[in-house]
Unconditional design. Structure first.
Length: 228
């Protein structure tokens, strides 16, 4: 038996739909600028970029529709509605044609972003971590097993206080779910428990305390949180 000098941290986990079991989260990878219209709204050229990634800590997940506290040190908290892929079988150098076999399930997620801090980091060439990977920055809905889900199409939408702010379709992903898994697995060996946030469509905007965010992906489910 290993003995630890401190109690080991609790395992971050996402509830599975229709089950008492939880999906343990190992790492959270996020794809940047993966819908053309969002790349354009952020001032980038969507046509020439290979996928790139940033990360959030596993314990950034917020589950069960829990409230998300408005983070410190920002005046511009933005919502980014995303399809989230949960890896069940790890691997490296995964072929595009095999990639979806590595998926355990899917859920809806919000890549909450301190946009002012991220923009400052872009300008100065500094890391994005404090703009993206802060505490409770990843509200997630229930995880749904992959069987029967086609991540190549389906409406993706976010409402803030009942009003649609983001709406698109998974078919507009620049890099498909299978291509993202294959590409990321060349950079790191994927492992069971890894999550991949696949990028957000256009319509990102700032939220305020009291706002209620309700996102959905057709065929996958919902995510809900209130900013407090
Ligand atoms: Mn994002």
């Amino acid at each position: 038996m290993v003995s630890y000098v401190l109690p080991p941290p609790p395992v971050a986990a996402i509830p599975v739909k229709g089950s008492d079991a939880m999906f343990p989260v190992r790492r959270i990878f996020c794809v940047g600028r993966n819908y053309a219209e969002h790349a354009i709204e952020m001032g980038s050229d969507p046509t020439r970029e290979p996928p790139f990634y940033f990360t959030k800590p596993a314990d950034a997940v917020v589950t069960n529709d829990a409230d998300m506290p408005y983070p410190t040190v920002t005046k511009s908290l933005h919502h980014e509605m995303e399809l989230v892929v949960a890896i069940g079988t790890g691997g490296k150098n995964i072929a595009v044609g095999d990639a979806l076999k590595h998926v355990w399930g899917y859920c809806c997620g919000l890549d909450m972003t301190r946009r002012d801090i991220q923009n400052e980091a872009k300008k100065t060439g500094r890391p994005w971590d404090m703009g993206k990977g802060f505490d409770k920055s990843a509200p997630m809905g229930l995880l749904v097993p992959a069987a029967g889900i086609d991540p190549a199409k389906g409406k993706i939408e976010l409402k803030v206080n009942g009003k649609v702010t983001q709406t698109s379709d998974l078919s507009k992903l620049i890099w498909s779910v299978a291509e993202v898994i294959a590409n990321l697995s060349e950079l790191v060996e994927l492992a069971p428990g890894d999550l991949i946030m696949t990028g957000t469509p256009e319509g990102v905007a700032a939220v305020q305390k009291g706002d209620v965010l309700e996102g959905m992906v057709e065929g996958v489910g919902e995510v809900k949180t209130k900013i407090v």
